[in-house]
Each structure stands twice: as structure tokens, then as C-alpha cells.
Design a protein around this ligand. Sequence first.
Ligand code: ADP
Ligand code: GN1
Ligand code: MG
Length: 373
Amino acid sequence: MNSAQNFKLQQLVASIGDQFAVLGDFVAGEEIQSGHINSTFRASYQQASGGVHHYILQAINHHVFKDPFAVMRNVETVTRHINARVLRMKRDLGGQTLNLFPARAGGTWIEDEKGTIWRCYNFIEGCVTYDIVENPRQAYQAAHAFGAFQDLVSDLDASLIVETIPDFHDTRKRFVRLLDAAAADVCGRLDSVRPEFNFILKRENLTGLLLDLAANGKIPTRVTHNDTKINNVMIDAATDEAVCVIDLDTVMPGIALYDFGDLVRSATNPAAEDERDLSKVCMHMPLFEALVEGYLSAAGNFLNQTEIDHLVHSGKLLALELGIRFLTDHLEGDIYFKTHRENHNLDRARTQLKLVESIEEQEAEMQAFVRDR
Ligand code: ADP
Ligand code: GN1
Ligand code: MG
């Protein structure tokens, strides 16, 4: 970044931060690059008493979230519920929870001159997010945290939550949208992605299994997180303990298995989500085992047997679903996920499909681990 760009960034962060009830004098702002959807900044403020306070300032992506006000109402409901429950339980879940800071003009958000909605969160201190899990302890901790999150919101009145992205995990509809994108082929990219496209076509039968089980009442609808990617949980930098689940924009009624499946696809792969060398991409068994143990240690007492029987399937399904979504975005001209290089969504789609393949190869072993544990 050159100095003119940095000057603009500092001005932007300071002017947004100014509109929230933050304490101290603005020192610096920096953009946080992880995350494919919102624009996220860390703002630092010097305190009169010495020391520096950090805050998160985040612009909601209104191309993805068509009703950002509904997103904010959901986030208010969910954070209030979680904070009340954590307080009631008199249990310190790692000491930090996510809180919205009020805007000086009232409410929990501000609107900038372009009509973008911004919010301010407490910065979860001493923690980091990982795009790639480094060891089984982190996987165990992350899965435990998302299981505990599902437990915390299990008594939240689902009618208070707006479905901010309808059919978010409806893999069958995601599949149909891919077919539509391929038929339209607006960027003329279909011919160059035939192997990936055909790989997905062959697996159409996977897309409806959980939807059918839910429709038949075999698995319940719960309030779930719906975006349990490994970098959506803050992990203590010193102890590797999961401290706080973040990115609450997609908390909606859903299926618990989607949360577990998203963990499998994002936390068992020792390579990056956009790794170009596919020989590095695989489902790593020790990480899967840690996820199962961590998740069931928090969620095992409320999941039913059908849910437990489909833990492995959920990993395969979510990798396929993300493969479908990234390939669709590639065909549609990169209009949904943030991209940083040419063919970025295609590279991401390829890693997800490689993961599907890797899970297929190890499915029997994974299933045996869940059964015999
Ligand atoms: P996106 O929807 O774009 O993924 P996130 O809410 O996940 O946005 O935020 C992006 C990144 O910003 C996270 O992966 C994390 O590294 C960082 N982040 C977000 N909220 C906080 C917070 N309250 N404290 C510290 N870091 C945060
Ligand atoms: C997005 O916002 P982020 O980066 O945590 C996406 C998820 C995908 C993920 C893939 C609202 O998550 O659904 O699984 O990218 N979020 C939304 O990396 O679409
Ligand atoms: Mg995120």
C-alpha cells in the first residue's frame, strides 16, 4: 500500500470509529484480510491512562446481505442471548464474548454516505484466527466451540431470527444455480472448467440427502451458525484454546450437520482453501478425529443418532457445496466472493472438489472412527 492509500485508509477508519462510542484517541487503523464477504478493520485508540484499546469496525456487504438491517437485528438478538446465558451460567467461556458497541447517535450501526452499514465490535484480545489449522488441538477446540455455540443458541426463539440469506445451505438449489450459470455461461468460461463441472454433475445424488432427512423429520431444524469456517473462531494465541465464535451474520434456523460439515471441509485440509498445488490438498484423518471428539464433547448430548450417523456425509456434502458455490461464482464472473487474483474462485472450487475426492477415499475409515469411538 502506498502512502496516499494508507492516508485514505486511516481517514476512513478514524471517521467511522468516531461515530461509535469508542474510548480514547485514534491511533491507527488496519484492514483485516481474512474473510470473503465483509470489509473488516482493526482500529486502535490510545487511552489517557496508558495502553491501547482495539475495536473491530466492519462494513456489511449488502450485495450478499440484501437486508443489512435484518442482519443487525439478528446479531443483536444472538449476542444478547449468548451474553445473558453466559452470565446466567456464571461460566467464563474463555473470558470474552462478542459485543456490539453503540453508535453515538444511538442504535448499533451507522450508515456512511454511500449507504453502507457499519458496526463496531469489541476486539477479542490475545487471539488469532487461522485459515489453516496447525494441529489437532486447534481442530478439537474449534469444533468444541461451535458445538458449544449451538448449545448456547438452542433455546433461542427461532421466530426472532430473520433468514438473512434464504436457502443458504440448500445444496440442491445450489446445484441448480450452477446448472443455470453453466447454461448462461456469461463469461465464456464453461469450456475451461468441464472436468470440474462433470465431477459435480456425477454427484448430484449427494445434494438432497440431508434435505430429505430434514423434510422427513429424521433430523431437526435448530438455530445454527451456518458459517463455521475455521477462521470464524478466535483462538488464544498462547494456549490454542478457542475463546469466541465470531461472524454471526448467518446465524439462522438450519441443520446442525451443516456446521460440522463446514468444519470438516475447512479444518481438515492442511493446505489453503485456494491452494493451486492440489497434491497438497487432502482430508487429514487426525484432524477429522479431533473435530469429531471436540464437536461431540459439546454437542453429543443433544444430537440424535441420525445426525451422528451423518457426520462424515456432512463433510463431503459441504466440500461439494462449496465447490459448487465457488465454481458458480467463477462462471458468473466473480460477483459474490471477494477475489484477489485471476481464476481465484476456480482455484478455490478445485480444492473443495479435491477434498470431496479425498473424503470419498477415506469414507469407510472415517465412518468407522465415528462408530467405534
Ligand atoms: P467475513 O464475513 O468477511 O468473514 P468476519 O466477521 O469473519 O467477516 O471477520 C473477518 C476477520 O476479522 C475474522 O476472520 C477475524 O480474523 C477478524 N475479526 C472479526 N471480528 C473480530 C473480533 N471481534 N475480534 C478480533 N478479530 C476479529
Ligand atoms: C464465506 O464470510 P466468510 O469468509 O467467513 C461464506 C461462507 C463460505 C466461505 C468459504 C455469507 O465465509 O458461506 O463457506 O466464505 N459466507 C457467506 O470460504 O456466504
Ligand atoms: Mg468470516
